[in-house]
Design a protein around this ligand. Structure first.
Ligand SMILES: Nc1ncnc2c1ncn2[C@@H]1O[C@H](COP(=O)(O)OP(=O)(O)OP(=O)(O)O)[C@@H](O)[C@H]1O
Ligand SMILES: *[C@@H]1O[C@H](CO)[C@@H](O)[C@H](O)[C@H]1NC(C)=O
Ligand SMILES: *[C@@H]1O[C@H](CO)[C@@H](O)[C@H](O)[C@H]1NC(C)=O
Ligand SMILES: [Mg+2]
Length: 337
């Protein structure tokens, strides 16, 4: 027996909207009646759960700290600083029932170092559906806001989207990719949502999460990593404070990047700047091994070495860091297996 569409929608509305909790003060008898109807309904349609859409409830949205820690430790290579900050920031925020403002993370670093990858790991450990969740929204400047001339349209559209989505679900996540290519006006238009407001137009944004991804500051992070390497110091000794000055200077002084024209930084709307270090040969090997495993092969160190040897490194003389990080490993691997 197939459940009829309107029944499914009705049941979904009942459960998703939290109506079953809301009615308690009104009348218990209604609740009991509804519960009985629900039980009867579930009995006649045992497969009903398959038809459920994701909804904004703890069954679908709950933070798994162990899961995130495990993922960061085992899947993310060469990013000890980013890993630590992200775990601390997300854990603190998700365990706070009454955050004063939304969580705003700004991820910086060279290409292919794992910025999108980390946002994916975060999403997967909060939303059952991961990046496919209807509460996770990714905006790319070139895809969503390509024409500078239509900036006014984009602004109001983006504000409506954020407002609409947060109204639907307080625990919404917004990822802005290529933040450095984003029009400054567009960034200005989302500023109010990042701030310490109790409510804006009756909507509270304080449980939402914003993640900005950019290459801004990538070069100065590389410079610091290179200095450590040249001094023969261990990469793992690099601390956040070694990068902070370099990051803020390059980020503030970069007149080309929209992010910094706006007062995102001086208004302290960004809670955490997360630096991503450039990846070395051994990390490329790790990425290749992980990719083989993901494809169901036995990871082969020789193959991984082949792949890593085929990658281009810089600076030209010392050849320490992978030009494209781990970005092209996936396709390169096709040649070798
Ligand atoms: N540090 C890392 N650890 C493990 N895998 C990584 C790492 N960095 C990159 N990768 C792999 O490379 C792929 C591409 O990385 P990702 O898209 O996260 O780069 P990015 O930092 O967003 O680069 P860009 O600035 O060019 O957007 C990821 O899907 C992942 O498989
Ligand atoms: C959290 O993640 C761990 C490790 O991946 C997993 O074993 C566990 O089942 C997860 N917990 C929940 C509640 O999903
Ligand atoms: C939520 O955001 C998406 C873009 O990710 C948009 O298409 C959709 O219309 C928004 N929903 C609401 C209710 O505004
Ligand atoms: Mg990226």
């Amino acid at each position: 027996m197939k459940p009829r569409k309107q029944h499914v929608v009705l049941l979904w509305m009942l459960i998703c909207s939290g109506l079953t909790e809301g009615i308690e003060p009104i009348s218990t008898s209604i609740a009991v009646g509804m519960a009985a109807a629900l039980t009867g309904f579930l009995a006649s349609y045992p497969n009903i759960l398959y038809y459920f859409h994701e909804c904004c409830r703890p069954e679908w949205i709950s933070f798994n700290k162990t899961g995130l820690q495990k993922d960061l430790d085992s899947k993310l290579f060469g990013q000890h600083i980013a890993s630590r900050i992200v775990l601390k920031a997300v854990n603190g925020f998700m365990n706070n029932d009454n955050p004063k403002k939304p969580l705003v993370l700004s991820l910086h670093g060279w290409t292919g170092t794992g910025k999108n990858f980390v946002s994916k790991l975060i999403a997967e450990n909060i939303y059952k559906e991961g990046m496919d969740s209807s509460f996770v929204h990714v905006f790319t400047s070139e895809l969503h806001f390509p024409h500078a001339s239509e900036i006014e349209t984009y602004k109001s559209q983006l504000q409506q989207w954020i407002k609409g989505n947060v109204t639907n679900c307080a625990h919404s996540m917004f990822i802005f990719d290529e933040m450095d290519k984003m029009h400054p006006g567009l960034i200005d238009s989302i500023k109010p949502y990042l701030d310490y407001y109790d409510k804006l137009d009756g909507v509270s944004y304080r449980k939402a999460m914003f993640i900005f991804l950019s290459n801004a500051g990538g070069e100065s992070i590389i410079q610091t990593a290179l200095d450590f390497w040249r001094d023969g110091r261990d990469r793992n000794e690099i601390e956040l404070h070694d990068l902070e000055t370099a990051l803020s200077l390059s980020v503030f002084n970069n007149k080309k990047s929209g992010l910094w024209h706006t007062s995102l930084i001086d208004k302290n709307l960004v809670d955490f700047f997360v630096p991503f270090l450039p990846l070395e040969y051994k990390h490329v090997v790790q990425c290749a091994m992980a990719e083989m495993e993901a494809r169901g092969f036995d990871p082969d160190k020789d193959v991984a070495d082949q792949v890593a040897k085929d990658v281009i490194y810089f600076p030209k003389t010392e050849r320490v860091f992978s030009v494209k990080g781990c970005k092209t490993i996936e396709s390169k691997l096709d040649y070798y297996i």
